[in-house]
Write a protein of this length. Structure first.
Length: 375
């Protein structure tokens, strides 16, 4: 039985291996992975190697060899025969599932909570007498099943989530790393809070069915999703994009005509089944809320709009706020600005009322003449 210390160390190993295997897959240096080696005293060498190789499978990347783990991750040699036997057991399970984890989201759920297990059991009708965690590990992960209560946000959805809430921008910053952290925030806590959930409830409407079967072609400006037409648990037809994402899917960025085939996507998310394609349209670019009054707005190099926040108690989005008074400045050479009249030449778009700021990062909504006229 594991001691509390061992359990904590194992969690650290899994966290670090998950973090660094992404670098391994992109051929980045993993010399700093020696942090994992420091935990060897608390765990057996076989278990360390097995944990790292399991994480690679969950990430759907090339599984590192024993020698690569030893040389690139600074982990001492394992008992290769013992670890190899364990690998055969896992490979057998993957083969029986007839699928590997795919692009439908990060299915690498290491520790499902009790709530996650309950959601998993209610979502899928074939787990039998197994716990949600047991079924996910043995079958669900390989089939791309969703192992959390919250759906896994797509890249577009996660970016929209980040841009909808100034407090998340201030906490996580900007860029790809911030989008990943925003996705994690939604999965772990945001989906349970009405404030955050409300913004995401209609995002699944951003996708439309564009083809069923290999003879279909699609023209999609955004992300093309490829997945099964029938659920693996109850064999019922899958008729929505959200339902299809509960299973293994594959994706491809698209702007031109593409065929709905295994060859187009470079794999088969649902062997021996008919497949369908859904198009997730690329979101329209528009200014997004970056700060409330007196907060810092991060809008590196863009236009910042200082505008009214509410009208008769109703929150105003950018287009509603733009119909009223506003001031605009550029952040040339600056990354942030305080959302206050002092930084907008004393402008006050809502005397005695609440104000907010929007970021036009692409400078697509105003030209310099308009910006000058508002000052």
């Amino acid at each position: 039985m594991s001691t509390p210390k061992n359990v904590m160390e194992e969690a650290k190993v899994r966290e670090l291996s998950l973090k660094h295997l992404s670098g391994y897959d992109s051929k980045e240096s993993l010399a700093k992975h020696g942090e994992v080696g420091a935990t060897v005293s608390a765990m057996g060498k076989d278990e360390i190697h097995r944990s790292i190789r399991d994480q690679a499978r969950m990430l759907d990347i090339k599984v590192p060899t024993f020698e690569e783990i030893k040389s690139k991750m600074s982990i001492p040699s394992a008992d290769e025969e013992s670890a190899a036997n364990a690998d055969k057991d896992v490979d057998s399970l993957l083969k029986s599932a007839q699928a590997t984890s795919g692009d439908s989201g990060d299915r690498a759920v290491i520790d499902m909570t009790d709530a996650d297990q309950a959601c998993y059991a209610s979502r899928y009708g074939d787990i039998g007498n197994k716990t949600g965690k047991e079924h996910f590990k043995l079958v669900g992960n390989a089939q791309g099943r969703l192992g959390t209560c919250a759906r896994n946000l797509t890249g577009f959805e996660a970016e929209q989530y980040l841009k909808s809430f100034p407090e998340l921008q201030q906490k996580f910053g900007e860029g790809p790393s911030a989008v990943k952290q925003a996705r994690r925030h939604y999965t772990e806590t945001g989906y349970q809070q009405a404030k955050f959930q409300e913004k995401m409830k209609d995002t699944t409407k951003n996708a439309w069915l564009c083809g069923v079967g290999a003879r279909q072609s699609c023209k999609c400006h955004g992300t093309l999703w490829y997945g099964p037409t029938v659920a693996l648990d109850d064999k019922k037809p899958i008729s929505t994009w959200e339902a299809m994402r509960n299973w293994k899917t594959m994706t491809k960025q698209s702007d031109e005509w593409m065929s709905c085939t295994d060859a187009e996507f470079g794999g088969d998310p649902a062997p021996e089944q008919d497949k369908q394609c859904w198009c997730e349209d690329k979101p329209a670019v528009k200014p997004y809320p970056c700060a409330d009054e007196m907060e810092e707005c991060a809008c590196d190099g863009g236009w910042v709009v200082y505008a009214q926040k509410e009208d008769d108690g109703k929150a105003l989005d950018f287009f509603d706020a733009a119909k009223k008074s506003m001031a605009v400045i550029g952040l040339k050479g600056k990354k942030t600005v305080q959302c206050s009249g002092a930084f907008f030449d004393g402008a006050d778009p809502s005397p005695d009322g609440k104000k907010q700021c929007f970021c036009d990062k692409t400078k697509g909504f105003f030209d310099q003449n308009f910006v000058t006229a508002t000052r």
